[in-house]
Design a protein around this ligand. Structure first.
Ligand code: ADP
Ligand code: MG
Length: 370
């Protein structure tokens, strides 16, 4: 197996990777880095969450930046603020020992003025949510005319969040771009259309583990119970996990809020993350969860997308998602970077057939816990 140096990654970036304990390239990194590094091409990359897609595109992108030119040369589009900040942070760490490459992240939900003044400093790479980027472009405060590489990260989620029009618009005005790299955990029909429209015909399509979209380090478990017994079973499960950290998913924000209150009443350190929170409140919750003053995060699907937090031992599906893609995304919060994790579903007798469907669609096996 090749190491990062053999894949063509510069020594100065490798030093930054070592600090992050990234030593052996993951599958997607092995496949994608040699194709992208120092070459001009479009690419489609498909791999489950937690497989290291950020470095897979981030390292080749960094190689294409000329730090001496004070121009925006790379653009990364992603669905949420949290994800954008996470990506920018990773790139910053990769470049700890290299010539300075400046990345700025911009996103909605925060006063635009602060971001505008941040952009007046030298910036080589922008990480942006689509809506905010368009806003900045319309105000003429961001110059994308020198962008050579565009990355669409979590493209499936950007589409399901309704960013189709914004993405079309952005890709439409980026006429000088030489490389478009699209990454997605899943390939629903809307993504295929997007690819037909914007990615050059015949671009390499790298799929890692396509039959097994769900990470194999995850054990899938379920218990059958009535709605009224769920909370009790959840407490049993949490007890068996002792002080381990994890996330609990609900379908609705009302359920997420209610459940988080119920858990707090049991002296469990938790809070809820859902779409109705103000950006400031979201940040506060995320900070508390990251610095481990919260043990558990209760979340809705959209609010939690793409969040990369180390050391989560489990994910609980307090309410099953409607779509198998969401099951994959939820479960992908655990068992990151080669660690093991449990994905535990609480289902009513009626919902057992949804599990059967997930088993077939995702090629996974559920183990019943009684
Ligand atoms: P994805 O975007 O595919 O969901 P990320 O890029 O967010 O995955 O990476 C998930 C986690 O794995 C991060 O904490 C990252 O630092 C770590 N990671 C990435 N590549 C490697 C590697 N080759 N070896 C070990 N850890 C890695
Ligand atoms: Mg990612």
């Amino acid at each position: 197996m090749k190491n990062f140096e053999q894949l063509g990654v510069k020594k100065e970036f490798i030093k930054g990777l070592v600090d992050l304990k990234i030593v052996n390239p993951s599958e997607i990194q092995l496949a994608v880095i040699p194709l992208l590094i120092n070459s001009k091409t479009d690419l489609i990359g498909q791999a489950q969450t937690g497989t290291g897609k950020t470095a897979a595109y981030g390292l080749p992108l960094l190689h294409q930046i000329d730090p001496k030119r004070n121009q925006i040369q790379g653009l990364i589009l992603c669905p949420t603020r949290e994800l954008g900040q996470q990506i920018a942070k990773q790139l910053f760490k990769f470049t700890k020992y290299s010539e300075q490459i400046f990345t700025e992240s911009v996103y909605g939900g925060e006063p635009i003025d602060k971001q505008i003044s941040a952009l007046s400093r030298p910036t080589h790479i922008i990480v942006a949510t689509p809506g905010r980027l368009i806003d900045l472009v319309n105000r003429n405060v961001v110059d994308l005319s020198c962008v050579k590489t565009v990355v669409l990260d979590e493209a499936d989620e950007m589409l399901s969040m309704g960013f189709q029009k914004e993405l079309d618009e952005i890709l439409g005005f980026l006429t000088t771009v030489e490389n478009k790299w699209l990454f997605s955990a899943t390939m629903p029909e809307a993504i295929n259309l997007m690819i037909k429209k914007h990615i050059s015909f015949g671009a390499p399509h790298i799929t890692i583990n396509s039959k097994n979209v769900v990470n194999k380090d995850i054990t899938h478990q379920f218990s059958v119970c009535d709605e009224s017994e769920k909370f009790y079973l959840l407490l049993q499960f949490l007890k068996s996990e002792h002080k381990n950290r994890g996330m609990i998913f609900c379908k609705t924000k009302v359920m997420a809020q209610t459940l988080s209150k119920q858990l707090i009443a049991k002296n469990i350190l938790t809070d809820a993350l859902h779409g109705d929170l103000l950006q400031k409140e979201r940040d506060k919750v995320m900070r508390a969860f990251k610095n481990e003053s919260l043990q558990i995060l209760v979340a809705t699907d959209i609010a939690a997308r793409g969040i990369d937090i180390d050391g989560l031992s489990y994910v609980v599906h307090y309410q099953l998602p409607d779509k198998e893609e969401y099951y994959t995304h939820r479960s992908g919060r655990t068992a990151r970077a080669g660690k093991k994790g449990i994905s535990f579903s609480l289902v009513t007798p009626k919902e057992k057939k949804t599990l059967k469907f997930f088993e077939r669609a995702l090629s996974i096996d559920f183990l019943q816990i009684r």
